[in-house]
Design a protein around this ligand. Structure first.
Ligand SMILES: [Zn+2]
Ligand SMILES: [Zn+2]
Length: 256
C-alpha cells in the first residue's frame, strides 16, 4: 500500500489525486508486460528492469546501408559485402534490437498470441532506439509493410500497421495505412533461403496512389528484419512510384 501512495507526485490529504492514483493501482496494478512483476514506476514501456536488460541493442560497427552488425568490439560503420555487391533498393535499414531475449518473446506474443497491446512497448522501444536514425532521415511519412488480405483475415491485424501507428505518433509523422499493398499471395518466408525469399516476394506489392509517395522520403516499418527481402521489394515498388528515399525501421533484427 505504501508503494501505491508513494507514486503520487503531489501527496496531500485533501487532494483527490493520491486517492485515485492508489485506486487505479489497486484495480489495475502496473505489471511488467512479460513477467508480470509489479513495477511501481512503470513508465511508458511497462517492462521491469530485468526484462529490459534482457534485450540487446544493435550498436556500431554496423553496415551503413542494411544495418547488419559486425560483432567486433571496435571499428567504424562501413559497407557489408552483401550491400557492396548488390545494393538494396532502400537507402538504409536499422533495427532497434537483436531478435532475441525479451523482444523476441514480446514479438511472438504480439503476432501469434494476438496480444495487440504489446504494440506499445515494442513501438516505444523502436522509437526510442531509432530516434537519431529517424530524425536524420528527414522523413515525410510512415508506411507499414502490408499483409495480404488473406493473412490479414487469418491474423485479424497487421502488426506493422500497429507498430507504425506508435512510431508515427512518437515521431509526429503521417501514417499511410493502405497505399502500399500486397497484390498477390506469397508463401511464408520462414523456411526459405535468401534467394528463395527474394523470388517469393518479387512483384508482390503495388501502390494505389503513386502521387502520394512521389518525391517523398518514407520510413517503411516492419516488426523483424530477417534477410531484408520483403522490405527491399517494398522499397523497390515505392521507388518505382517516385519515392525519393526509403528508410527501413524494424523493432528487431534476426542475425543468422
Ligand atoms: Zn519483467
Ligand atoms: Zn549491408
Amino acid at each position: 500500500m505504501t508503494l501505491f501512495i508513494a507514486r503520487s507526485p503531489v501527496p496531500g490529504p485533501r487532494s483527490p489525486v493520491p486517492f485515485f492514483a492508489a485506486l487505479i493501482d489497486m484495480l489495475f496494478p502496473p505489471l511488467c508486460h512479460l513477467c508480470k512483476a509489479f513495477i511501481p514506476d512503470a513508465g511508458d514501456v511497462h517492462l521491469c528492469s530485468g526484462c529490459l536488460e534482457n534485450n540487446s541493442r544493435l550498436s556500431s560497427p554496423l553496415c551503413i546501408v542494411c544495418g547488419a552488425p559486425f560483432f567486433t568490439e571496435e571499428g567504424i560503420d562501413h559497407l557489408c559485402s552483401g550491400c557492396s555487391t548488390a545494393p538494396p533498393h532502400f537507402t538504409a535499414a536499422r533495427a532497434a534490437m537483436l531478435f532475441e531475449g525479451t523482444v523476441k518473446e514480446l514479438i511472438h506474443r504480439f503476432k501469434y498470441d494476438k496480444k495487440v497491446q504489446l504494440r506499445r512497448p515494442l513501438g516505444i522501444l523502436a522509437a526510442q532506439g531509432l530516434s537519431t536514425f529517424a530524425s536524420a532521415a528527414s522523413p515525410d511519412l510512415v508506411i507499414p509493410v502490408p499483409l495480404h488480405v488473406k493473412r490479414l483475415k487469418e491474423r485479424g491485424f497487421n502488426q506493422a500497421v500497429l507498430l507504425g501507428e506508435v512510431l508515427a505518433g512518437h515521431w509526429r509523422l503521417p501514417l499511410s495505412r493502405d497505399n502500399l499493398r500486397r497484390t498477390r499471395w506469397t508463401e511464408p518466408q520462414i523456411n526459405l533461403s535468401v534467394a528463395e525469399r527474394t523470388s517469393n516476394v518479387r512483384g508482390a506489392f503495388g501502390i494505389k496512389s503513386p502521387c502520394a509517395v512521389k518525391g517523398k522520403r518514407i520510413i517503411l516499418v516492419d516488426d523483424v528484419y530477417t534477410t531484408g527481402s520483403t522490405v527491399a521489394e517494398c522499397a523497390k515498388t515505392l521507388k518505382q512510384s517516385g519515392a525519393e528515399k526509403v528508410f527501413v525501421v524494424t523493432v528487431a533484427r534476426a542475425v543468422r
